[in-house]
Design a protein around this ligand. Sequence first.
Ligand SMILES: [Zn+2]
Ligand SMILES: [Zn+2]
Length: 277
Amino acid sequence: MFRSDSHTHTTYSSDVPKDRPASVAQMCAAAAELGLSYYAVTDHYDIEHFKTGILPPFPFQKWYQDVLAERERYAGKMYVAAGLEYGEPYLLPEYYDETIHAAPFDLMLGSVHYIPGKTGYLSYPYQDMTEEARIALFEEYLDAWDELVHTPGIDVFTHPTYPLRYCLRKGIPFQVSCWEERMRIMLRHIVEIGCGLEFNAATYRVQNTGIPDHTMETVLRWYKEVGGEILTFASDAHFSKDIAAHHDFAMRVIREIGFRYIAVYHNHKPEFHKIEC
Ligand SMILES: [Zn+2]
Ligand SMILES: [Zn+2]
């Protein structure tokens, strides 16, 4: 079976400690061990953090050399793709071109992780907020996601239900159904511009509350219904143990929703592989 992982991190990402065994070489070795045919290194690049000096400049050249070395090492067995998780690009549109051409990327992921001047969605005290405040927070997120899907240069849009993931992890039930109309418009736009969406399987991870998170599946159904065909699989691994996590389960879910192919990107072009499960 063709197995891929199109969204993973290494110690080049600021949320991966430098002493974690998660270098490009270590993550690729773990991916090869799992028998993946395609593995994308997509480190974080939340643009505002790099352009306001919160983080030092991203060493694109060194990073790309590391990715190329692993591509050569596994040639013929596993393709190691060069990607970037470009966060909040719409905040500083003057850097679109520079970022997109910073290395010969295979794929450019587009993400929203935070609103400027506010806490990242990962860290909100959702359990201490009123329902109205949580709803307002998700609406603000959708405003940002709307800006993101109108950003040029993105190949695949990531985790569309990102804040809900952390809400559920803190034991707060939350549905996306009341935003169906709004999200369908954004998903239709993704289809119209020929971009892809990812199945972010991190949604199944760290469920310490026992509340199952099916929001990603709901959004994928809408995406399929509005004509979406380009779908990638993403573990969003920040540890080697999470590479391709929940892959086979996700393939069954995706097939049940009606998708027959999973996409991987080479030089910004999707390549389709039949889902076998
Ligand atoms: Zn992300
Ligand atoms: Zn990520």
